[in-house]
Design a protein around this ligand. Structure first.
Ligand SMILES: Cc1cc2nc3c(=O)[nH]c(=O)nc-3n(C[C@H](O)[C@H](O)[C@H](O)COP(=O)(O)OP(=O)(O)OC[C@H]3O[C@@H](n4cnc5c(N)ncnc54)[C@H](O)[C@@H]3O)c2cc1C
Length: 498
C-alpha cells in the first residue's frame, strides 16, 4: 500500500494517521535494514586476501580447500603484476619426488642448516623450520592440486645445490606460468578475483581485531568485511623510493628495479597503524642488470674471471664476491650505479653472456687491445691499461692480496687473450626482505609481541624468514608454504567466528 493510496481514502486527518505512518515507517526502516543487511552480507567474506601474486593466490585457494565459503582476492592492477611475473620460477626444497627420482640424497636437517647459513643465522629459526617441514608436501601440492609442471632438478641459483624444482615456463617466465596456473586453480576453487581493487586501509574494531579492508575501486571507495581476517600479500617495497631511502639508504634508491613497479610497500603502509612489529627492514636481495635493456650479466660476474671497474676506471671491490654483493656494492660505491667487467676470451661463460647481450641488442665493448677496448666504451684508457697490468702482475707474483682493494680469487686467471670484452652492469634490486614479523601461523605480530587478531602476511610482504640473501627458489617456496598455512588458519577463524 502506498502513502498516496492511504491519502486517497481520506483518513489523513484521523487519529489512525499517526499509527499508520508509524507502521509505514517501520516497514520502510525494516526494508532499509534488510537491504543494508543484504548489502553487508554481500560485502562480508570468510577470507579477504590483498594481492594476486603467488602468495595471495595460494592463500585464497588453501582457504577454500580448508572449507571457507566466500573468499576474495583484491588485486590493485588489472592483472597480477608483482615480482612473480619476472621470476625464473625456481622453488627450492628437499624430499621432493624429483629429488628422489634423480637419486639426490637430502635431509631436513641439511636443508634447514642451508637456509640458516644463507641468512647468516639471522633468519627466524621457527619460520625456517616451518618452511623446511612443509616444503616437501607443498611441492607435491603445487604439482598435484595446481597442475604446475616442474622440469628436472637443477642446481639452485644460490648456493649451487641440487634442490631446485623449476616451473616450466612454456614460453613465459616460470614465475608468470606459476601465477597463470594458480589463477586457473583459484577460479576452479570458486575464489572471487577482483582486479583494479586496491587495498588502502585496514579496518579494525575497538579491540584492534582486523575486521576488513577499505578498497579503492574504479567507482570509488568501498568497505569489505571478513570473518576470517585479512591476508596481506601485496609484495615488498622495492618500488617505493621513499621507503627504500628510509629503511635501506639513499644510495639504494639509485638501484635498478629487477622486478615489478607494483611492489610499493603496502605491507608497511597498511599495517603500520596497527602497531605492527617490522623486522629486517634494511635487508634485500640484489643482482646485476643493465638498466636500459634489462640483460642480466650475473654469469660473467660469477665466473671467477676478470676485473671490475667504475666508469672512472678504478677497481672498487674484491672480484671474488657473489653477484649479489657485486650488485649491491656497485650501487653503494659508485655515484652513477654503473660498472664494467673487463674480461678476456678465456672466460668460459663469455659465449652465453655475449649471445644474450646480442639477442637483446645490449651494447658491450670488444677489441683486440685493452687500450682500444677502453676507448671504444668511453673508459679512461690509461687507467684501465694500468689496472689490468697491475692485476696481471699480482696474479703472476701471487700478490693479489696486496692490491687495493685486495682480490681473493682462489684460482686467478690472467687477462691476456684477445679479443677483450667490456661488459657493463648496474646494481639492481630484486626484492626487499623486511616487513611485518609473522609467526609460524602467518599471523602478524605487534610491538607488544602478540598476534594482531585477524591480520596475516604472506610471501614478500612478510618479514622474518630472509636476511642477507635467500637460497635460490626459497621466496616462491615461502609464498607457497606460508600461503597454505595462512589460508587454513583464516578458514578456521571464519568457521569459529560469531
Ligand atoms: C628477476 C626476479 C627473479 C626472481 N626469481 C625467483 C625465483 O626463481 N625463485 C624464487 O623463489 N623467487 C624469485 N624471485 C622472487 C619472487 O618473484 C617473489 O618472492 C614472489 O613474487 C613473491 O610473491 P608475492 O605473491 O609475495 O608478491 P608479488 O609476486 O610481488 O605479488 C604482489 C601482488 O600484490 C599486488 N598488490 C600490491 N599492492 C596491493 C594493494 N594495495 N592492493 C591489492 N593488490 C596489491 C601487486 O600488484 C601484485 O600483483 C624473483 C624476483 C625477481 C624480481
Amino acid at each position: 500500500m502506498s502513502v498516496e493510496q492511504v491519502s486517497r481514502r481520506g483518513i489523513l486527518k484521523t487519529s489512525l494517521l499517526g499509527s499508520l505512518l508509524a507502521g509505514l515507517s517501520t516497514i520502510s526502516v525494516s526494508a532499509h535494514a534488510q537491504e543494508k543487511d543484504k548489502e553487508n552480507k554481500k560485502d562480508m567474506y570468510d577470507v579477504i586476501v590483498l594481492g594476486a601474486g603467488p602468495a595471495g593466490l595460494v592463500t585464497a585457494i588453501a582457504a577454500k580447500q580448508a572449507g571457507a565459503k566466500k573468499v576474495v582476492v583484491f588485486e590493485k592492477k588489472d592483472r597480477p603484476d608483482g615480482n612473480a611475473i619476472f621470476a625464473l620460477g625456481s622453488v627450492c626444497g628437499w624430499g621432493s619426488r624429483h629429488q628422489k627420482e634423480q637419486g639426490i640424497k637430502d635431509s631436513a636437517e641439511d636443508f634447514y642448516a642451508m637456509m640458516m647459513d644463507v641468512s647468516k643465522q639471522m633468519g627466524d629459526p621457527a619460520l625456517n623450520r616451518t618452511y623446511t617441514d612443509n616444503i616437501p608436501k607443498d611441492i607435491d601440492w603445487l604439482e598435484q592440486d595446481i597442475g604446475v609442471k616442474f622440469g628436472k632438478i637443477r642446481p639452485m641459483p644460490y648456493p649451487r645445490l641440487g634442490r631446485t624444482c623449476r616451473v616450466q615456463g612454456e614460453g613465459i617466465t616460470g614465475g608468470a606460468q606459476l601465477v597463470k596456473k594458480l589463477l586457473a586453480a583459484a577460479q576452479k576453487n570458486g575464489v572471487e578475483l577482483k582486479f583494479e581493487h586496491k587495498g588502502i586501509e585496514l579496518l579494525h574494531d575497538d579491540k584492534m581485531n582486523v575486521t576488513g579492508v577499505k578498497i579503492q575501486t574504479p567507482s570509488g571507495q568501498k568497505e569489505y568485511y571478513s570473518k576470517g581476517g585479512v591476508a596481506i600479500a601485496t609484495g615488498g617495497f622495492s618500488a617505493n623510493p621513499e621507503m627504500v631511502d628510509k629503511y635501506i639508504g639513499g644510495w639504494a634508491t639509485r638501484m635498478v628495479l629487477r622486478g615489478s613497479k607494483s611492489t610499493t610497500g603496502e605491507n608497511i603502509s597498511l599495517t603500520m597503524p596497527l602497531y605492527t612489529k617490522f623486522v629486517n627492514m634494511d635487508q634485500f636481495h640484489s643482482g646485476p642488470i643493465v638498466k636500459e635493456t634489462h640483460v642480466n650479466p650475473a654469469d660473467v660476474l660469477n665466473s671467477g674471471y676478470g676485473i671490475q671497474v667504475t666508469t672512472g676506471g678504478d677497481r672498487y671491490m674484491d672480484e671474488n664476491n657473489t653477484y649479489v654483493i657485486k650488485a649491491r656494492t656497485t650501487a653503494q660505491k659508485t655515484l652513477d650505479n654503473k660498472a664494467w667487467v673487463i674480461v678476456d676470451s678465456n672466460c668460459p661463460v663469455l659465449g652465453n653472456v655475449i649471445d644474450k647481450y646480442n639477442r637483446l641488442n645490449s651494447p658491450y665493448g670488444k677489441a683486440d687491445t685493452i687500450e682500444a677496448l677502453a676507448k671504444q666504451v668511453g673508459l679512461p684508457e690509461k687507467k684501465i691499461v694500468k689496472a689490468v697490468q697491475e692485476y696481471n702482475d699480482a696474479v703472476k707474483n701471487n700478490t693479489l692480496d696486496k692490491l687495493t682493494p685486495a682480490n681473493t680469487y682462489k684460482k686467478p686467471h690472467l687477462i691476456e687473450k684477445a679479443p677483450f670484452y667490456a661488459i657493463p652492469l648496474n646494481g639492481g634490486m630484486t626484492a626487499t626482505f623486511g616487513g611485518p614479523l609473522i609467526n609460524t601461523k602467518a599471523e602478524v605480530q605487534n610491538l607488544d609481541g602478540k598476534s594482531i587478531p585477524g591480520l596475516y602476511a604472506v610471501g614478500n610482504s612478510a618479514g622474518g624468514i630472509f636476511f642477507h640473501n635467500y637460497a635460490g627458489g626459497a621466496q616462491l617456496g615461502a609464498a607457497t608454504v606460508f600461503g597454505r598455512i595462512a589460508g587454513k588458519e583464516m578458514a578456521q577463524r571464519a568457521a569459529t567466528s560469531k
